[in-house]
Design a binder for this molecule. Structure first.
Ligand code: WTA
Length: 669
């Protein structure tokens, strides 16, 4: 991807003119934060959140463990629901939902709306149902559901009774689900008989049952009858077993009041990929997280009473937690949810939705934009997209070509486009361009929001000058930072806070390392250059190379595997796997049809262990992998080989140089 770091586009200003964050307000917030950062955050927390017990201690910091507003008490579901009933928004639509199924003409057959009153009632009743099954404060509940309104009910009901939710993306396999349930020590799972994806049913309940015997601590499985009850789906869902209860059966007449919890009470655990080992459970607090979900949403998307806000992420990812559930609802904004695939029944589904539902703010990922772009302009041009006023991008760097297409063909040059950089660990948006800045550079994450202190540093921690590349760090704690890795505080300390601490390591304060590389341009604006660790960003989904490797070596023919990410025109990055086979199986790589079969088996193994989205695109079977004398696989060289570059970097530590030339000349015979 080519980035032109000089090009600048004027930001349409209508968003700023009336209610949005003006340049003056933005400057004032930055000034307050740089003058007294803790006071800045405390001030926001006092004004933005509804406290049942106000806090007196704004911040405490025992590096690298942070606490914010710790003696305050509140409830996140109250902030998203009850608060709005008190201000007369009870009859306002909170959620608009559209299911994937379509009729013979291709028109959607399922749509529901829930007002804040209705959502509040469902949450209270579901929370009471959970309580009746012995679930309460301090318990963990895994949510494994399609994108239907009930997923928000489940999340908010957990929050209401002080249970910590852990949403597992419905695209994850039974094995991945099991690992997360075990790691979280979950007592209950909320799932559905299935969800629709590209016309097929995703068998969620079946996946839970597959691993049920391996997760004995789970006492209750709540099953929503989604597919069975939907027209066109199978007649009904399977009869329930012992320990399973229907979602609607659990909704009694009792209602649960919100249980105030301490500010630091874990609101949720969300698993994400790291460089080593199994995915880690990122733990977020209640108050700090909620504060930033609400305020970052307000600053970046400028929610207005008439908005219909659509963030296309699944709630199984952080973007869905913050900008489908907590951010919009905490601001009293109507949020739109779509269950299925963007290209079902055709590539115009998203544009149909925008026209039909009069979406005002649209927030999606570059991968989606690039795949729409490839289909041409006919579909979006034939729809009325005039309701849109603001566009957002998230999850990966957006290449200028996609940026311009998005701004021109979807935004018609009228809508500002915000490119938001953040991570599962940061809880909410950290850097973005804002309409108040007047202009945007396509592909540039630009500047941190007020209160967020980022820097681009060299390996010894020195700030890089303008025009140079380095690594992206955050130099002080912020309220919505992750608090720990569930069950593994050492991993938390090492992964995030063990790399940088001041220039030359001089500061007593450790800095948060993002794992991203960045460039500081001549204006001081920041460009994300991508991950610098062994995390890949495939179609906006985070994936550890180790996870894929361990799925591959699980195949009986595989001796060793090494995985790297390679640039992909649509997905940003695709997975390239180098595989060495067991001696007895070597023949399988030599015969074309056997090799194809083997590749299918290996892709299936990855789909089974992780999920279909993690399947390698490319394979190369080789006799040996390039290793250092101490036995470490040299991924850098593999990356060069995979991208077809001559491996020109330093190869002096390579144990056997002939391995590399064998790899490079693989396809030349
Ligand atoms: C990448 C998603 C460039 C980055 C919210 C980060 C981005 C990782 C952007 C986090 C952006 C996210 N420009 N890169 N606007 N947004 N990233 O945890 O590499 O799924 O570290 O959170 O996505 O992915 P995660």
């Amino acid at each position: 991807m080519i980035f032109d770091r000089k090009s600048r586009m004027a930001m349409p200003q209508h968003t700023v003119a009336d209610t949005g964050l003006t340049a003056e307000a933005l400057a004032a917030a930055h000034k307050h934060a740089s003058h007294d950062r803790i006071d800045f955050w405390a001030d926001l927390a006092r004004h933005e959140l509804c406290w049942s017990t106000p806090f007196t201690i704004a911040h405490s910091w025992e590096p690298p463990f942070a606490r914010w507003f710790e003696d305050g008490r509140l409830n996140a579901s109250e902030q998203c629901l009850d608060v709005h009933l008190k201000t007369g928004l009870g009859r306002k639509v909170a959620v608009v939902w559209e299911g994937e199924p379509v009729d013979a003409e291709g028109a959607p057959t399922q749509r529901r709306t829930l007002t804040f009153d209705e959502l509040h009632e469902l949450v209270e009743r579901f929370a009471a149902g959970l309580t009746s099954r012995g679930i309460g404060k301090g318990d963990r509940v895994v949510v494994y559901m399609p994108l239907v309104p009930e997923v928000l009910v489940a999340m908010l009901a957990c929050a209401r009774i002080g249970a910590t939710h852990s949403v597992v993306f419905a695209g994850f396999s039974a094995e991945s689900l099991r690992d997360r349930v075990l790691d979280a020590g979950a007592k209950a799972i909320v799932t559905a008989d299935g969800g629709f994806r590209r016309g097929k049913v995703v068998p969620l309940h079946e996946n839970v049952r597959k691993v049920r015997a391996q997760i004995p601590a789970v006492e209750t499985v709540v099953v929503l009858n989604r597919v069975g009850s939907s027209k066109g789906g199978p007649a009904s869902s399977a009869p329930l077993h012992q320990g399973e209860v229907g979602f609607h059966e659990l909704l009694g007449t009792a209602r649960a009041a919100a249980v105030p919890v301490g500010a630091e009470h874990p609101l949720f655990i969300l698993y994400t990929s790291g460089t080593t080992g199994k995915p880690k459970g990122v733990v977020h607090s209640t108050a700090g997280y909620l504060l930033w979900a609400k305020k970052s949403m307000a600053w970046v998307f400028d929610p207005r009473p008439e908005d219909v806000f659509w963030c296309t992420a699944d709630v199984g990812w952080i973007t869905g937690h913050t900008y489908v559930c907590y951010g919009p609802l905490a601001n009293g904004t109507t949020v739109f949810l779509y269950e299925g695939a963007p290209d079902f029944p055709n590539g115009g589904r998203f544009w149909d939705i925008i026209e039909r539902e009069k979406i005002t703010v649209f927030y999606t990922a570059p991968t989606a934009i690039r795949s729409f772009m490839r289909q041409g302009n006919t579909l979006p041009d034939s729809r009325n997209l005039a309701s849109l006023r603001l566009l957002g991008s998230v999850g990966e760097p957006i290449n200028p070509e996609a940026w311009h297409w998005y701004a021109d063909v979807i935004g018609k040059g009228r809508c500002p486009l915000v490119d938001t950089w953040w991570q599962t660990e940061t809880g909410g948006i950290m850097m973005t361009v804002l309409p108040a800045m007047g202009s945007a550079k396509p592909g540039c994450a630009t500047r941190p929001l007020p209160g967020i202190e980022v820097d681009v540093v060299s390996d010894d921690g020195t700030s890089v000058p303008k025009g140079a590349d380095g690594k992206l760090v955050v130099k002080s704690s912020w309220p919505s930072q992750l608090r720990t890795v569930h069950g593994d505080p050492t991993r938390y300390a090492n992964t995030y806070w063990g790399t940088f601490s001041g220039p030359g390591g001089t500061s007593k304060e450790p800095w948060y390392f993002t794992g991203d590389g960045a460039h500081r341009d001549e204006d001081g604006d920041i460009w994300i250059t991508g991950r610098v660790d062994d995390v890949m960003n495939v179609a906006g989904h985070r994936l550890g190379t180790m996870e894929v490797e361990s799925a591959l070596v699980g195949h009986s023919d595989v001796a060793e595997a090494a995985v790297v990410g390679v640039p992909d025109a649509i997905k940003g990055t695709s997975v390239f796997a180098f595989v060495t086979l067991m001696k007895a199986s070597k023949g399988r790589a030599e015969d074309e049809s056997q090799r194809m079969r083997l590749e299918t088996e290996l892709r299936d193994a990855v789909a089974r262990e992780i999920g279909s989205f993690a399947k390698p695109e490319h394979f190369r079977f080789t006799d040996a992998l390039p290793k250092t004398r101490s036995g470490k696989i040299m991924r850098r060289l593999l990356r060069d080989v995979a991208t077809g570059h001559e491996a020109l970097g330093d190869t002096s530590t390579l144990e056997d140089v002939s391995v590399l030339s064998a790899l490079q000349h693989y396809h030349e015979d």
